[in-house]
Design a protein around this ligand. Structure first.
Ligand code: ZN
Length: 562
C-alpha cells in the first residue's frame, strides 16, 4: 500500500501540509473550496462485481459478510482516535455546506486529519493526530508504556505488546492490557453473529471454516486458527475480516486495526497465474545474469489470489484505495503456512481508467497513448509479484542475503528489480508464444505511463526511488525518448536490450551484495530530472486516486431488504 504524500494541489494545502504543527501556532484550516479541491483528488467510481455466477445461497452469505464488514468501519474509527466518535456526531449535526464537506472528508479519512497531506487537520479543534491512536491511554506518555512493558512477566508482556489488546488504566491508575474481545465486545458479538449466519448459508467447506473460526476468534480473542483457515481458503468468495494491519499504532506498530475486504475470486486471472507458474523455472534459467547466480530449483512461491472487491471497510477503506495486500502478519502463522498476496483487480482497473489513462494523455506522444492497455498493466503487476521470488536470494560467498548486505538500499533495489525483470519475463513469454505478440507493442508504453503515476507519490520511499531509477536508465539507453513538446515515447527496439541490461545490473548487485554499486546506481538514476518534473507539473488536475462506491454490494443489500 502506498502511504506517502502526493503532489500538493493548491497553495492552501501546501500551507496546511507544512510539517510543523505546533500547538501554539495552529495552521489555517481549509475552507469549503479548499476542502472540495482536496476531496476532488479522489475520483468517485462505481465499483461493480459480477455475482451472477453465484447460487442464491452464496449470494445470501455474501450479504451477511457485508453486514459484518460494515461493523468494522465504526470499530476502526474508534481505534484511530479517542475523540473520533464525538467528532463524527458533531459533524453530523452541522448541516451547513461547509459542515457537509467536512463530514464527507472525515469519513474518507476516518478522522479529522487529511491522510494525503501529512495528516493536516481540517476540522476545528482537531489538533495533531495522536500517534498512539486510541490503543493507549490518552494521558500516558510513550516511555511510560515502554517502562511498564519491561516490568511484566514474559507471557503478560507478549499479551500487552500483542496485536489484539488495547492498553488501558485500571481504576487504581495502573496500566493493563484489555483484549479486543472485551474492549470492542458489543460490535464483535454482532459481527460474529453475521459471520456465523454466512457460514450456515455457504456450502463451500473452506469458506464455512474461515467464517466459523473467525467468528469464534472475535469472541475468544485467539485468531490463530482463523488465520490458518484464511490461508487455506479455496472458494468463489474470498473474505478478509478482522484486526490485521498495524499502521495506525504509530508508537510501536503493535496494535491491529479492524478492516474488511469482501471479494470474489477472479477465475480467468487465477488461471493466468497458474499458467505463468509453469514457466517460472524456465524464466529463472534464462535470466540475463551469470549462470552461477541462477537458482536451478525454485522453491514453492507464496500463493497469490486475484479477486474483485465487492466491499471494503475500516482500515481497508481510508484515503488511497488498497489495491493489494499481503497477510497475515502473525509470524506463528507465516512460519507455518507462509503469507498470501491478494490483488484487487477491479480496484486496479478503476485506478488505471481514472488515473493512469489521464496521466498517459499528459505524458505520452499521441501515437504512444494508443498503446496503454489494462491487460498488460495488470499482467505486469502479477509478474512483478512473481519476480520477487526469482533471482538471487542468497550470497553464498558471504553466507548472507541481499537484504542484509544492501541494508537501507535493499527496498528500492528489490522493487526496481521486480519491476524491470517483470518486463524481461513478459518479453520472454511473448518470444515463447505464451503471451500474445501484441503485448510487445503495449507493455513498454504502459510501463512508461505507469512510471509517472508512481513517481508522483514522491521518490522518498522504495517504490518511487526504484521507479525513477528505471525511468532514467531507460531514457539513457534510448528506450524512452522525449520530444520537443515534452511528451515521452517508446523505442520498442531499444527497450528489449535496455530492460535486459538493467535486469542484469540489479540482479548482479543483489547476487554480490554490492552496496557501493547500489548506492551509485541510486545516486545517478533515482532522481527527478527536469523533463520528468515538467510532466509531473502538468498532472495537477489529474485525480490522485479513486473513491469506490460499492454499487453491487448496495444492490445485494437492497434486494435482501437491508
Ligand atoms: Zn513489490
Amino acid at each position: 500500500m502506498l502511504k506517502t504524500t502526493l503532489p500538493i494541489v493548491g497553495g492552501l494545502i501546501l500551507l496546511a501540509a507544512a510539517p510543523t504543527l505546533s500547538a501554539d501556532s495552529p495552521p489555517p484550516l481549509p475552507d469549503e473550496k479548499a476542502l472540495q479541491t482536496m476531496n476532488a483528488r479522489f475520483a468517485p467510481v462505481d465499483l461493480t462485481v459480477d455475482v451472477s455466477a453465484l447460487p442464491p445461497n452464496e449470494q445470501q452469505a455474501l450479504v451477511k459478510m457485508v453486514e459484518a464488514a460494515r461493523i468494522m468501519d465504526g470499530l476502526f474509527l474508534r481505534q484511530v482516535s479517542p475523540r473520533n466518535t464525538d467528532t463524527l456526531l458533531e459533524l453530523s449535526a452541522d448541516t451547513s455546506s461547509l459542515g457537509r464537506s467536512r463530514l464527507d472528508y472525515f469519513l474518507m479519512n476516518k478522522g479529522p486529519w487529511s491522510r494525503l497531506d501529512h495528516f493536516a487537520p481540517f476540522v476545528p479543534g482537531a489538533g495533531v493526530k495522536p500517534p498512539q491512536g486510541n490503543f493507549y491511554p490518552a494521558d500516558v506518555k510513550k516511555d511510560e508504556v515502554e517502562a511498564w512493558f519491561v516490568t511484566l512477566p514474559e507471557a503478560e508482556r507478549a499479551e500487552a505488546k500483542g496485536f489484539f489488546t488495547t492498553i488501558r488504566k485500571t481504576p487504581a491508575g495502573k496500566l493493563t492490557a484489555v483484549p479486543f474481545s472485551v474492549e470492542y465486545q458489543g460490535e464483535l458479538v454482532l459481527a460474529a453473529a453475521r459471520l456465523r449466519e454466512a457460514a450456515a448459508l455457504t456450502t463451500q467447506p473452506s469458506l464455512k471454516r474461515y467464517l466459523e473460526t473467525r467468528a469464534a476468534a472475535f469472541l475468544s480473542n485467539d485468531y490463530y486458527a482463523s488465520d490458518l483457515a484464511w490461508m487455506e481458503l479455496d472458494a468463489s468468495v474470498e473474505p478478509t475480516i478482522g484486526p490485521y494491519e498495524t499502521y495506525e499504532d504509530e508508537w510501536f506498530g503493535f496494535k491491529a486495526g479492524f478492516e474488511a475486504f469482501i471479494t470474489l475470486r477472479d477465475d480467468a486471472e487465477t488461471a493466468k497465474l497458474a499458467k505463468f507458474g509453469q514457466h517460472l523455472q524456465s524464466i529463472e534459467d534464462n535470466l540475463p545474469i551469470e549462470a552461477k547466480y541462477r537458482n536451478p530449483k525454485l522453491g514453492a512461491l507464496s500463493p497469490i489470489r486475484v479477486v474483485n472487491q465487492l466491499y471494503a471497510s475500516g482500515d481497508g477503506r481510508r484515503g488511497v484505495a488498497t489495491a493489494a495486500f499481503n497477510l497475515p502478519n502473525d509470524e506463528r502463522v507465516t512460519r507455518e503456512k507462509g503469507a498470501k498476496r491478494v490483488m484487487l483487480k477491479n480496484v486496479q482497473e478503476q485506478k488505471f481508467n481514472n488515473v493512469l489513462l489521464p496521466i498517459s494523455k499528459a505524458a505520452l506522444s499521441a501515437a504512444d497513448q494508443k498503446n496503454v492497455a489494462f491487460d498488460v498493466f495488470f499482467t505486469h503487476i502479477l509478474m512483478h509479484e512473481l519476480m520477487h521470488g526469482l533471482g538471487p536470494h542468497e550470497i553464498k560467498s558471504k553466507k548472507s542475503t541481499p537484504r542484509a548486505e544492501l541494508k537501507d538500499l535493499y527496498g528500492a533495489i528489490e522493487e526496481a528489480k521486480a519491476d524491470i525483470s517483470g518486463l524481461f519475463a513478459m518479453q520472454f513469454l511473448v518470444d515463447k508464444g505464451v503471451l500474445p505478440k501484441s503485448m510487445e507493442q503495449t507493455m513498454y508504453t504502459t510501463f512508461l505511463a505507469s512510471s509517472f503515476r508512481t513517481i508522483r507519490f514522491g521518490i522518498n520511499e522504495a517504490h518511487g526511488k526504484g521507479q525513477a531509477m528505471q525511468l532514467n536508465w531507460l531514457l539513457d539507453k534510448g528506450a524512452f525518448k522525449v520530444a520537443k513538446d515534452g511528451t515521452f515515447s517508446v523505442d520498442a527496439k531499444k527497450a528489449k536490450e535496455a530492460v535486459k541490461g538493467l535486469t542484469r545490473e540489479l540482479m548482479t548487485v543483489e547476487a554480490e551484495g554490492n552496496y557501493a554499486r547500489a548506492q551509485e546506481l541510486l545516486k545517478t538514476y533515482a532522481v527527478i530530472r527536469p523533463q520528468t518534473q515538467k510532466i509531473l507539473d502538468a498532472l495537477k488536475s489529474v485525480p490522485v486516486d479513486i473513491w469506490p462506491r460499492f454499487v453491487t454490494a448496495d444492490k445485494l443489500l437492497a434486494a435482501s431488504g437491508q
